[in-house]
Design a protein around this ligand. Structure first.
Ligand SMILES: NC(=O)c1ccc[n+]([C@@H]2O[C@H](COP(=O)([O-])OP(=O)(O)OC[C@H]3O[C@@H](n4cnc5c(N)ncnc54)[C@H](OP(=O)(O)O)[C@@H]3O)[C@@H](O)[C@H]2O)c1
Length: 342
């Protein structure tokens, strides 16, 4: 490997309240050598996900990321060296590389990809968020044409795909975001029927007006007061897809619940069901083929939002939690390909 320095971002402290730059620190070290069965991956793109914040707190499906450790994150990168794996140098892979210019991973823990087209698609529409949208909507939400589908964080990576898939499926689609500018994108570019603002003091009324026939499927990315209001608008036999609760991630003390929920679930015979996209690994091919078809046909628009430079990763995550991003937020860490050396 020509490069000798490996810039990494480590967790400096576990946040107790809102995430800040002081919770991270940059460290320059040596590029690691892959051990037997491992590959060295040069990071090109780093995925920024709301779950990154939850991992710092530790209440999730993976181990807490502790102070002194490299911040965890999904990357798309190029294999720069390998040790007895048979993976050719120059292969493009997706893996849990973390916030670093280079990372060493077991060959069995990276997924090889065909780097045709825009690499960002492998973190967005063909990555965990696009796949979550597909399986969450169709397998868990199971909407019928003509039904009303409500989705929160609707201009984000997952929500923007959910809403478009529901529209393609023939549903009436209503989005919830935190800004008028995002709502404009939903109704003018992505074909949503209506979009409302969760920061509005009249949110509950706005929801009622936007969903005159009630809600059949609520795809919940945020929890909190949006879920409270959505529960009250659900139709009998409605389905709530519990995908995430981003409104509760940026704190050491999430709001308690769900005190009044069971009564509503009983009287309306609702189904609330969680999903983790990794449970669908065996079916990723089916989803990617379907998503690629809709993209090719121009029915599905992919939105991503690139922040330049690894050093800006903390700011990119903090900004995402504040609602800055439109589409899939990604940090560009390095060029797609290194210039050829003589
Ligand atoms: N279950 C799974 O396997 C799986 C996989 C991937 C993602 N997820 C979940 O899916 C959800 C969306 O993730 P994503 O990667 O697609 O992120 P994203 O939607 O692209 O970005 C997060 C968005 O959440 C919204 N938000 C932040 N704080 C909020 C609050 N207090 N109330 C309401 N909205 C708030 C912000 O937009 P606005 O406020 O402007 O709307 C922000 O842009 C997250 O909960 C994530 O954990 C789950």
């Amino acid at each position: 490997v020509a490069e000798t320095t490996n810039r990494r971002i480590l967790v400096a402290a576990t946040p107790e309240g809102p995430l800040a730059e002081k919770h991270f620190r940059i460290e320059d070290g040596a590029v690691p050598e892959p051990g037997e069965g491992e590959v060295l991956v040069r990071t090109v793109l780093l995925s920024i996900d709301p779950a990154n914040r939850a991992w710092l707190q530790g209440r999730t499906y993976r181990d807490q990321v502790l102070p002194g450790e490299v911040m965890a994150g999904l990357v798309v990168g190029e294999v720069a060296a390998e040790n007895g794996t048979g993976v050719p140098i120059g292969t493009y892979v997706v893996g849990d590389g973390g916030w670093a210019e280079y990372s060493v991973l077991p060959a069995g823990r990276v997924r090889q990809i065909e780097p045709a087209g825009d690499l960002a698609y492998h973190l967005g529409v063909f990555g965990p968020t696009g796949l979550t949208a597909y399986f969450g909507l169709f397998d868990v939400g199971r909407p019928a044409a003509g039904e009303t589908v409500l989705v929160s964080a609707a201009a984000g990576a997952t929500g923007s795909v959910v809403g478009q898939l529901a529209r393609i499926h023939g549903c009436r689609v209503v989005g919830v975001t935190g800004s008028a500018a995002k709502n404009q994108v939903l109704t003018t570019r992505l074909g949503f029927d209506a979009a409302i603002d969760h920061r509005s003091p009249t949110f509950a009324d706005d929801l009622r007006h936007a969903c005159p026939n009630g809600v059949d499927v609520y795809f919940d990315n945020v929890g909190g007061h949006v879920l409270d209001s959505a529960l009250r608008r659900m139709n009998t036999h409605g389905r709530i897809v519990c995908c995430g609760a981003v409104s509760q991630y940026d704190t050491g003390t999430p709001a308690p619940g769900p005190a009044g929920v069971p009564g509503l679930v009983v009287t309306k015979r609702l189904r609330m069901e969680g999903l983790l996209v990794f449970d669908y690994t065996q079916r990723f091919g089916e989803a990617v083929a379907a998503l690629a078809g809709w993209l090719r046909a121009g029915e599905l628009v992919e939105l991503h939002d690139i922040v330049e430079g690894l050093a800006n990763a903390p700011r990119a995550l903090i900004g995402m939690l504040a609602g800055e991003n439109v589409g899939k937020r990604i940090v560009r860490v390095g060029p797609d390909r290194l210039p050829a050396t003589a």
